[in-house]
Design a binder for this molecule. Structure first.
Ligand code: ADP
Length: 599
């Protein structure tokens, strides 16, 4: 045991180039080395790959990794090759000869890792073939797919239960970043894990600053402000529809930003080329539907922006989790509007399987509650996954603004609700505001609404404030639009009307918004030579035809630029540079480092 302990540190430093383990990594590695089943929940960027890649290098045999996406497997295999480790994948995109070659290498003990897609297991012959290998353990990546991912994934992942029957003595290690308690139970029971070590890291992603904004007519100006702040950095913008991805991509291209749309309507070749250009830093921004992302292993994504309300908090957490996997400060911004909830709800009502409808609607409601909440966002996400976070300090808009004053708008809210009720719940917010403001418009007169007691009782406030009051009431679920956009009072609205519930709003929402186009003011002060190292990395990546972040992550470049090492030993002291990587690229970086330090 003590020898394997020293070995594990040696491999960590020598092969992966890291000076120490991160939180929970060592426990995971030890569990696998002692052949115990493992279920690990670690947020994106926490370093799951290392947990299952390192032990394999200390064990005989081959590790089988089940992973849901070809792009993800491809990147992992490439990254392992860069570390000098034999790994391969079997995919339906390969020719029978290629598959045969991989089989032979696996059988001859040459491979340390074999990545496979879950649908492989549907083929009974494949299990018998696996039985011919000396498998040390199975890894199930993105294990939450077994429970709640889209239908196409779920069925294939469900078959993973067969692994335990076919290989009763081979340990299984399951990994995921996102799982509610219910999903966690599913993972354990469906995979048939036996007395697994359960490791669960805190949900909090400290390096992501979260903010949520209302999407109003000036939102594109706000978007430009955010993008200006992140000039030259990689990011993803998630949009609602294919059409919207194209519109936004066109808008940004006109502003001279290097960006591309990405959606399921594009051909696989087009998508592959957009993906590749993003990985190689040739495209700075991807404007995508949710079809983009699960295979994104790029560590230096600095911002993730949503242009509308996500369907679930699970989706949202996973999508924003793609920012800052390298641990460097990053940002997530969500733009939402009250209508997002009702548009999505309508789609759910019309399209989803009745068996799941209630559950899907409840998840959507949680997403809306999250968007409109005025508490710590990190805490809200954590509590959704049954974790707790004190509060994030200043890592979300609500904590930053916690001192911003709130106003009690119960009385205006009651006036609005009363007017809505008295006009028969047949109109939208604009009409109600006009009645409240006492406008003698033709439509109002033809409905004889100027005779109502509520006519003109809201003259003290502007129509734009009435529109904000209406938004707040929609956010709180006190009123909701029907399919004709007529607002209806809900049970919670009735409580407000009866004075049993009060309504508050952040004061600043009642004053007109000043549009701001921020110039680049980065939170993070990159060392002065960072860009020089980045340029060298880009050139090497291009020459070797691999994504830049696979050469070295941003974190490694930061350390290089900060420390400007002069010797091989100093280079090896930098996080992310192991012996093999040094052999491959070390000299070029060392040369640059010496030039920059003037030695
Ligand atoms: P996950 O799969 O959990 O999202 P990854 O395995 O992609 O995370 O790791 C995220 C980043 O953290 C990668 O750039 C990886 O090289 C880095 N990393 C992993 N373990 C360590 C460690 N012990 N020390 C420093 N960096 C690490």
């Amino acid at each position: 045991m003590s020898e394997s302990l020293t070995d594990k540190y040696k491999v960590l430093k020598h092969t992966f180039g890291f000076p120490g383990f991160r939180e929970m990594q060592e426990e995971a590695v030890d569990a696998i080395l002692s052949r115990r089943d493992l279920a690990m929940l670690l947020p994106t960027g926490g370093g799951k790959s290392l947990c299952y890649q390192l032990p394999t290098l200390l064990m005989d045999g081959i590790t089988i990794v089940v992973s849901p996406l070809i792009a993800l497997m491809h990147d992992q295999v490439l990254a392992l090759h860069e570390l000098g480790i034999e790994a391969a994948m079997i995919s339906s995109a390969q020719s029978p000869q290629e598959q045969q070659q991989t089989f032979t290498k696996a059988k001859n003990g040459i491979l340390k890792f074999l990545y496979i897609a879950p649908e492989r297991l549907a083929n009974g012959g494949f299990l018998s073939w696996l039985a011919m290998l000396d498998i040390n353990y199975f890894v199930i990546d993105e294990a939450h797919c077994i429970s709640e991912w889209g239908h196409e994934f779920r069925d294939d992942y469900r078959r993973l239960g067969e692994l335990r029957c076919a290989f009763p003595h081979t340990p299984i290690a399951a990994f995921t970043a996102t799982a509610t308690p219910k999903v966690r139970e599913d993972i354990l029971s469906q995979l048939g894990l036996r007395d697994p070590l359960i490791l669960r890291a805190p949900v909090l992603r400290k390096n992501i600053t979260i903010s949520v904004r209302e999407r109003d007519s000036g939102w594109r100006t706000e978007l430009m402000g955010i993008l200006n702040k992140h000039e030259g950095e990689s990011g993803i913008i998630y949009a609602f529809s294919r059409k919207e991805t194209e519109e936004i991509a066109e808008f940004l291209s006109k502003k001279a930003l290097k960006c591309s749309a990405y959606h399921a309507g594009m051909s696989p070749e087009q998508r592959q080329s957009v993906h590749q250009a993003f990985l190689n830093d040739e495209t700075q921004i991807i404007v995508a539907t949710v079809a983009f992302g699960m295979g994104i292993d790029k560590g230096d994504i600095r911002f993730v922006i949503h242009t509308s309300l996500p369907k679930t908090i699970e989706n949202y957490y996973q999508e924003i989790g793609r920012a800052g996997r390298d641990g460097i400060d990053s940002e997530a911004v969500l733009f939402y509007s009250g209508s997002d909830f009702y548009n999505k709800k309508r789609l759910i009502d019309e399209g989803s399987d009745p068996q799941y409808r209630e559950m899907i609607l409840a998840k959507l409601r949680s997403a809306m509650d999250y968007a409109t909440a005025e508490e710590c966002r990190h805490r809200l996400i954590a509590s959704y996954f049954s974790d707790s976070v004190e509060h994030c300090g200043d890592r979300c808009d609500n904590c930053k603004d916690s001192l911003s004053p709130k106003t009690d708008i119960t009385v205006p809210a009651q006036k609005f609700l009363s007017c809505l009720y008295k006009t028969g719940e047949r109109f939208g917010a604009t009409y109600i505001s006009e009645v409240l403001c006492g406008e003698e418009k033709e439509k109002i007169l033809s409905n004889a609404h100027e005779k109502l007691s509520v006519f003109g009782i809201g003259k003290d406030l502007s129509k734009s404030i009435w529109s904000t009051v209406a938004k707040r009431l929609i956010e709180l679920g006190a009123i909701e639009p029907d399919e004709y956009k007529a607002l209806k009072l809900t049970a919670s609205g009735a409580e407000i009307l009866k004075g049993k519930q009060s309504v508050h709003i952040r004061q600043e929402r009642l004053s007109p918004k000043k549009a701001s186009v921020k110039t680049k003011t980065r939170d993070l002060h990159a060392p002065i030579h960072f860009e020089d190292f980045k340029a060298l990395r880009a050139a090497i990546a291009k020459e070797h035809r691999i994504p830049a972040y696979i050469v070295f992550g941003d974190k490694t470049l930061y350390e290089l630029a900060e420390q400007l090492p002069n010797t091989k030993e100093e280079m090896l002291g930098i996080s992310g540079i192991g012996e093999v990587k040094f052999e491959r690229y070390g000299e070029a970086f060392l040369k640059l480092s010496r030039e920059l330090s003037g030695k």
